[in-house]
Design a protein around this ligand. Structure first.
Ligand code: SF4
Length: 224
């Protein structure tokens, strides 16, 4: 990791990034993400964001929802049509499936934290552009740092590849924990993909069981 990038990460309040290898990401002028000590602070800091062009086309910014002291954070790609209207992540059919997965884990939506890499819907659900990821990702990283979960679950290739800074396919990444800024990250298939290919549900359940084992290993006990 080069020193300039290390300095940038420190500037936005991220201090513990073992194994993090990235090219420098430009910090939007005047942004001081590290001033956000709580999720409420961070949401206020993001404000009516137009730091990238998605701010011009979204209906509602989708910050994230759930327990601010959750042991597990689920990270998806970006809001879809339903989320853009509601202002909440994973509220459509994929969200309903994700809620079922939580129930199978013995958890409710309120027990976990759910967010996306990108906070605003890309038009026609196109893939987020690199500049949009670069601009929005510091908000996600700060969310994760504030919550400080025991485990991160990346839903789908985009979230996994963005957080792990790799282009390895999700089919190769899933099933194993990876280091994400010192936090174990389990990639698994996105619920939208499961709706298209239900045969992959067994793989996701396998990944979820590994997460549950990790959460139940003692490191998951935190005072809320
Ligand atoms: S996607 Fe992120 S950076 Fe772009 S406008 Fe929305 S909140 Fe701001």
């Amino acid at each position: 990791m080069d020193d300039l990038y290390r300095l940038y990460l420190k500037t936005i309040g991220i201090q513990y990034l073992p194994g993090y290898q990235s090219e420098q990401v430009p910090l939007p002028s005047g942004d001081k993400v590290e001033h956000s000590k709580t999720l409420e602070d961070l949401r206020e800091f993001i404000g009516d964001c137009h730091r990238c062009q998605l701010g011009d086309t979204r209906t509602k910014l989708v910050f994230g929802t759930g327990n601010p002291r959750a042991d597990i954070v689920f990270v998806g790609e970006a809001p879809g049509r339903d989320e853009d209207i509601e202002g909440e992540p994973f509220v459509g059919k994929a969200g309903q499936l994700l809620t079922k997965i939580f129930r199978a884990m013995g958890l409710a939506r309120e027990d976990v934290y759910i967010c996306n890499v990108i906070k605003c819907r890309p038009p026609q659900n196109r893939n987020p552009l690199p500049v949009e990821v670069t601009t929005c990702k510091p908000f996600l990283l700060r969310q994760i740092e504030i919550i400080s979960p025991v485990v991160i679950c990346a839903l789908g290739s985009f979230a996994a590849q963005t957080l792990l800074e790799t282009d390895i396919r999700i089919s190769m990444l899933r099933g194993h924990f990876h280091d994400c800024y010192g936090i174990p990250l389990m990639p698994t298939y996105h619920p939208s993909f499961l709706l298209r290919d239900p045969n992959r549900k067994a793989d996701v359940w396998e990944d979820i069981q590994k997460i549950m084992k990790r959460l139940g290993s003692g490191t998951g006990d935190r005072e809320n």
